[in-house]
Design a protein around this ligand. Structure first.
Ligand SMILES: [Zn+2]
Length: 144
């Protein structure tokens, strides 16, 4: 049984959606503070990466744990209407894998940042610093 009524559920879902956006914004700010300059939501690239550093051929995808079915407690799968949600989430995951692969094929480094990885100020700082140093060293992109 879902703990939420359908109306409540869609309200919760829309809140989760805006949380995704918030995670992106937080990461962008943290990168900007480290002197990195980027482009946002680049439609010309597979999967429309959230944050792109063209000079480094480095793309960052910030993924919401729910929408992209992260294997963490934050993902909180809906318990009702699973016939609708599970295939939908599975399609998202499949699309993610394809677009990440397509980007790599084009010679881009792809860094996946999960919402839960940057949920605290401290973890956000850690991730942003690791991205900044990866760019400096030219080392291969992080593992998803
Ligand atoms: Zn997560």
């Amino acid at each position: 049984m879902d703990i939420f009524s359908p109306t409540k559920r869609s309200e919760v879902m829309s809140r989760i959606r805006s949380t995704d956006t918030k995670a992106e914004v937080r990461l962008r700010k943290a990168l900007f503070a480290r002197g990195l300059r980027y482009r946002k939501n680049v439609r010309q690239l597979p999967g429309t990466p959230d944050i792109v550093l063209p000079k480094h051929r480095y793309a960052i995808q910030v993924r919401g744990c729910f929408w992209h079915a992260h294997d963490c407690s934050r993902a909180n799968r809906p318990a009702s209407n699973t016939g609708y949600w599970l295939p939908k989430l599975a399609r998202n995951v499949e699309r993610d894998l394809k677009s990440d692969e397509a980007l790599r094929q084009l010679g881009w480094r792809v860094r996946i940042v999960w919402e839960c990885e940057i949920s605290s100020a401290k973890s956000l700082a850690t991730v942003a610093t690791s991205i900044a140093s990866e760019l400096q060293s030219g080392a291969p992109g992080g593992v998803a």
